[in-house]
Every structure is written in structure tokens, then in C-alpha cells.
Design a protein around this ligand. Structure first.
Ligand code: DI6
Ligand code: FE
Length: 400
């Protein structure tokens, strides 16, 4: 049995059971045995054959990005340039732009190329200490390409780049071959795409874009009923651009998280609190779309809804491969405290994925943690661009 002692660290456990901010334990040692945290104890009280002195450096849990659309082909940079030059979104859409331009490119890009692109897009997240990432489909919109996307997600984990949670977002948009027939496409998702891929064990949770420009509340519920019948966990993109009641629906179906939630009302907040549905805040899209309606922060706090923060990395509305940037934006734009932002990418993000192997640091959990070149958690959010990460550790092994 090999054991490693990480000595004299400032340990921000983020353990909700501790009553200090950040669950902070200064001058503590962390003992790792067989890939798990065997003990966290005051410095000098533990021994091991292999010691790594840290001189007060910060240890935190691995970061968790619980909402991304990382796997896609093509680029929409040209569309953004057109928009900045005054071309309207309708004109761009009429020329085949928007989500469906990414769908076309994702279908056309071969699997190895798409995999290599994804590895490249992951790199900055790895440098930021992200250990677990949720990856959505939703740029395939047919069985073949949704399956291809999920194989790539699995391969990113199998080849050691990152741990993944795989989400089926086939109900993201209506693909061109079903243009004007959203219910027929939804039938295809419910009868073919979702059950086929679920039977293969290809994904962990199903998602939907419930919005005026996506799927209606009724269509969303039809998807959730079909998912429930198969025992598939659900979540939703809800209340991003308007109030449809999608978040409350997600909660009623016992959903893991309702994501975006800028237009959420008190009834929705209450439903989420009652069902332990996490509110996933996505300030990157809010910023990039120049939105003005902020999530109801005071209500979320008042009802004790857990809040996560994620990158929403995608080519249309949040092309930012940085969870640290999302943390900063969540603080500056939505008014989160730095502590809330830290909880949002650790304990609450792990809960949004129902993954208790990640989240906080405590005895018995897998040793997924980061060592940073600072002793102050707020530095990671405050001084963007400075590469604070010293080590990214997964299952007790240094991965960088
Ligand atoms: N909400 C969004 O902001 C993105 N998807 C979603 O459901 C947009 C994705 C894109 O434009 O490619
Ligand atoms: Fe999204």
C-alpha cells in the first residue's frame, strides 16, 4: 500500500460540515492512500513513506464544470464578426447560421478530428484544475452524430484527459430535415435516439432547451415523461431568455439542475428548493449576449437553492474555455461572493451532476484535488490569466 503525505498545506476543503469559510484548515497535512484521502490532520501529526512539502500552498477540491457543449465542429467566429459589423441575427440565420451551422459542421467532421479538436479545447480547463466536466451532445441531432459525440466524450475520459459526465441534449434545436416539424423530431428523440443510446449506456442524463426559440413547456414535459419511464435522470436549459416555467417542471420531475435561470420567478425557486434541484448559473452566455436580466439571487439564497457556476462553453453564446473566468463573471455580474463562486465549482457543481466522488475534500473520498501557488482561495477568481495551478491530482496521481 503506497501512501503520500502532502505536508503543511492550506486546505480549503469546501466541506459544508465545517463551519469555517471555505472549510479552511491552515497548516494541515493530507494523507493519500490507494487514491483516496486517508486523513486530513494538523501538520506534523501524520507519517508516510513519501512526503511532498507544500510550505503553506493552497489545496482545494478539483474544479467541476457542470455545463458545457465542448464537442463541436466548425467555427462561428465569422458569425460573431458579422454581428459586430451590424448584420442582424435573423439575416445570419437566414444564411444558415446559428446552432444549425454547428450541426452541419459537427456532422461533417470525422470522429478523430472532432476528438483532437476537443482535446485542444480541453487544455485550458486542465490548466485551470478542472477534473470533472459535463459534456453535452446537441450538435448532432441525429442518432449517428449524437452517438459519435458521446463516444468522443467517453474517449476523453478513457485516454485520461478528464473525468466526464455525459448528457444527451438531442432536444437542443430542430434539425434541418425536420424543419417546421418540431413534434415529429421530438418523436424521433423519444422513440429512437434517447432509448437506443440509453440502452448502450452512452449517457448519464438527458437535457432540453426549453425556450421560445427551443422547445415548448409541453414538449419538454413529453420528453421528461419518456425519460422517467426509462429511469433516465433529467435536467434543463430553462428561463434563459423568457419565463416559461421550465425550471419548476425540471424540479417536479426530480431533475438534477435547472440551468441559466435568469428569468426564474419565486414559484420556480420554491419548486427547486423543494426538490433539491441545483441552479446552474452561466454568466458567460449572459455576458456574450449582452443580457440584462440577472438570476433572482436574493430569492435563491433565501430559499437555500444550491447554486453552481459553469462555463457553458459553446460556439454560439459562450466561446470561453475558462471556468475561472465564469467564476469571476458570476461574482462581478451576478453578485456572488467569492465563497459562493468556489462552492459553485466544487460542492454544488458536483451535486448538479450527482457525483459525490467530486465536490469537497474529506476522509474516504477519492483524492481529486489541486495544489495552487498561493494560500488564498480568492486569488484564483481575482487574478485571471495568472497560472496559479501547481498540481492537478486525480485519484492521488499528479496529472501535470
Ligand atoms: N442555450 C444557449 O445559449 C446555447 N444553447 C442553449 O441551449 C446556444 C448554443 C449555440 O448557439 O450553439
Ligand atoms: Fe448550454
Amino acid at each position: 500500500m503506497s501512501a503520500t503525505l502532502w505536508q503543511n498545506a492550506t486546505v480549503a476543503t469546501l466541506d459544508p460540515a465545517l463551519d469555517t469559510a471555505y472549510g479552511l484548515l491552515p497548516q494541515h497535512d493530507v494523507l493519500v492512500r490507494d487514491g483516496h484521502i486517508a486523513a486530513i490532520a494538523p501538520g506534523g501529526s501524520l507519517e508516510a513513506e513519501h512526503c511532498i512539502p507544500l510550505d503553506g500552498a493552497l489545496i482545494t477540491p478539483s474544479l467541476v464544470d457542470c455545463h458545457t457543449h465542448l464537442i463541436f465542429g466548425g467555427s462561428r467566429a465569422n458569425e460573431w464578426e458579422m454581428r459586430q459589423n451590424g448584420v442582424s441575427y435573423q439575416q445570419i440565420s437566414a444564411q444558415g447560421g446559428g446552432i444549425n451551422s454547428t450541426v452541419r459542421a459537427t456532422r461533417e467532421t470525422d470522429e478523430d478530428t472532432l476528438y483532437r479538436l476537443s482535446v485542444e479545447r480541453l487544455r485550458n480547463f486542465q490548466h485551470e484544475g478542472v477534473g470533472l466536466m459535463e459534456l453535452k451532445t446537441g450538435y448532432g441531432l441525429n442518432l449517428e452524430t449524437e452517438a459519435k459525440t458521446l463516444r468522443i466524450a467517453q474517449r476523453l475520459q478513457d485516454e485520461g484527459h478528464i473525468r466526464v459526465s455525459r448528457t444527451l441534449l438531442s432536444a437542443h434545436a430542430v434539425p434541418p430535415e425536420f424543419k417546421g416539424r418540431p413534434d415529429d423530431y421530438l418523436d424521433e428523440v423519444i422513440r429512437n435516439i434517447m432509448p437506443t443510446l440509453w440502452q448502450q449506456g452512452a449517457f448519464d442524463c438527458v437535457d432540453v432547451f426549453c425556450e421560445n426559440v427551443g422547445f415548448t413547456l409541453e414538449q419538454t414535459e413529453r420528453l421528461f415523461q419518456a425519460a422517467r419511464a426509462l429511469g433516465i435522470p433529467i435536467k434543463g436549459h430553462t428561463e434563459q431568455l423568457s419565463l416559461l416555467g421550465g425550471s419548476a417542471l425540471v424540479a417536479q420531475y426530480g431533475g438534477w439542475s435547472a440551468d441559466h435561470v435568469e428569468y426564474l420567478d419565486e414559484a420556480g425557486v420554491a419548486a427547486m428548493a423543494a426538490h433539491d434541484t441545483v441552479a446552474v448559473l452561466l454568466p458567460g452566455a449572459f455576458y456574450f449576449l449582452r443580457e440584462t436580466q440577472k438570476p433572482p439571487m436574493d430569492l435563491l439564497r433565501q430559499y437555500g437553492v444550491k447554486m453552481a457556476v459553469a462555463s457553458d462553453f459553446n460556439p454560439g453564446t459562450s466561446p470561453f474555455a475558462s471556468l475561472r473566468l465564469a467564476m469571476n463573471m458570476a461574482c462581478v455580474q451576478f453578485g456572488l461572493t467569492p465563497l459562493e463562486a468556489w462552492q459553485g465549482v466544487t460542492v454544488h457543481a458536483a451535486h448538479a451532476l450527482r457525483r459525490d466522488d467530486f465536490g469537497c475534500l474529506k476522509e474516504g473520498k477519492p483524492a481529486h484535488f489541486n495544489v495552487w501557488n498561493t494560500d488564498t482561495p480568492v486569488d484564483i477568481i481575482y487574478e485571471l490569466g495568472r497560472p496559479f495551478l501547481r498540481h492537478r491530482v486525480l485519484d492521488g496521481r499528479i496529472t501535470n
